[in-house]
Design a protein around this ligand. Structure first.
Ligand SMILES: Cc1cc2nc3c(=O)[nH]c(=O)nc-3n(C[C@H](O)[C@H](O)[C@H](O)COP(=O)(O)O)c2cc1C
Length: 359
């Protein structure tokens, strides 16, 4: 018998809350149960099949006979609990198609909007006097400003293929190690930490990486590819997912015909090599956010519309990318394609209008 290794315990007088963070379960143990659990933690071999509490702890999964998978986690327990505890969040119901998703999403928004909105931010209460700024009339001219203004999250894509040249530009400017900066590295920068991207990178480690999802690209067969930033090249990983992309992105089926996308991953092992504390885990997401925004700005400059999500069905995405139990973990997805520019899909628009007519 063994203790489930994915547990943490929170004191909540008079009980203890035992949280199985991998399986998203919580148990409230009174003194009798927590005392028995403490004894079993001290020596799991004292498990007694005729003890009712032992059997209940076993049925709850707090005790287990299976050998726990031994994933390497180089940081302290905080980031491990957070990372694993927020993976594969169970939903009451995962929509199977776009119509189900639209209904679920609209119902969710209606429920949220029927509850009071959060209060205004503290600094709004505290501000005594507002210092007006000049109109932003001296915006620098050029495509950066246009890209910033035109970037928009769209949820309707025409499915039109994207040329490989556009994909090459997207990858080079989002994740590639810039040739243009190769001779512009300060001599104090440690050798091995001198590759530079268009986005800043925590510790100069370039811990973020990317996997290209190709559904409809002229010049590339559909499938998943690993991007190699130093060589600016791709290697084939796997064919397209089955079931569809919408399934592995938590039922968001409206993106089924998105021609191209990027799964942004982070090499936790690189981060914890340089930074011992779990705080570095935060930086992984900040860096992924920079890369996602850069991808969106480049796509917008190329005349494409963008879509993004952090709602990944983690175990399926990891399997798709071949990253099960790996210290490289998927964090975010961003994609692009030709679009009519609609923020919402047709199915949600027609559901909205029929609900309005019913009112
Ligand atoms: C961290 C993050 C997560 C997001 N996740 C989703 C998502 O799961 N699905 C989706 O359709 N949009 C998602 N979005 C897009 C937002 O809904 C969108 O940015 C927001 O409505 C503002 O619209 P705009 O991007 O057109 O300015 C996400 C955006 C961010 C920054």
């Amino acid at each position: 018998m063994q203790i489930n290794p994915y547990l943490f315990i929170i004191p909540r007088t008079p009980d203890q809350i035992v949280w199985d963070y991998k399986n998203h379960k919580q148990f409230e143990l009174n003194l009798e149960y927590s005392t028995r659990l403490a004894k079993l933690i001290e020596n799991p071999e004292t498990f007694n099949t005729s003890n009712i509490i032992d059997n209940q702890l076993f049925s709850a999964g707090i005790l287990t006979t299976s050998t726990p998978d031994n994933i390497e986690w180089g940081w302290d327990a905080l980031s491990k609990i957070f990372h694993i505890g927020t993976k594969n969040i169970p939903c009451d119901y995962a929509p199977l198609n776009i119509n189900e998703w639209s209904k679920e999403y609209l119902d969710h928004c209606t429920n949220i909007l029927s509850t009071p909105a959060p209060r205004a931010r503290l600094s709004e209460y505290l501000a005594c006097e507002l210092i007006a700024l000049p109109n932003p009339s001296c915006l620098p001219e050029g495509c950066l400003v246009n890209a910033l203004i035109d970037r928009k999250t769209c949820r309707t894509f025409t499915g039109e293929a994207v040329p490989i040249e556009a994909v090459s530009a997207l990858l080079y400017l989002s994740l590639g190690y810039l040739q243009e900066r190769a001779n512009d590295i300060d001599e104090c920068v440690a050798e091995g930490l001198d590759d530079r991207r268009s986005s800043p990178s925590g510790g100069g480690l370039n811990a973020c990486e990317g996997f290209l999802l190709v559904q409809h690209v002229i010049g590339l067969k559909p499938g998943l590819y690993a991007y190699h930033p130093r060589e600016h090249a791709l290697s084939f990983v796997k064919p397209l997912p089955s079931p569809s992309l919408g399934h592995i992105l938590c039922g968001q089926h409206f993106i089924s015909n998105l021609p191209v996308g990027l799964f942004i991953t982070s090499r936790f092992d690189k981060l914890w090599w340089k930074y011992g504390h779990s705080r570095a885990y935060r930086m992984a997401y900040v860096e992924a956010g920079h890369i996602s925004q850069t991808f969106q700005l480049v796509a917008t400059s190329l005349g494409l519309k963008t879509w993004l999500t952090g709602a990944l069905t983690d175990d399926q995405v990891e399997a798709l990318l071949g990253l099960e139990d790996s210290p490289e973990q998927p964090l975010f997805f961003v994609g692009c394609g030709k679009s009519n520019g609609q923020a919402m899909c047709e199915e949600i628009k027609s559901l909205l209008s029929s609900r309005r007519q019913e009112q």
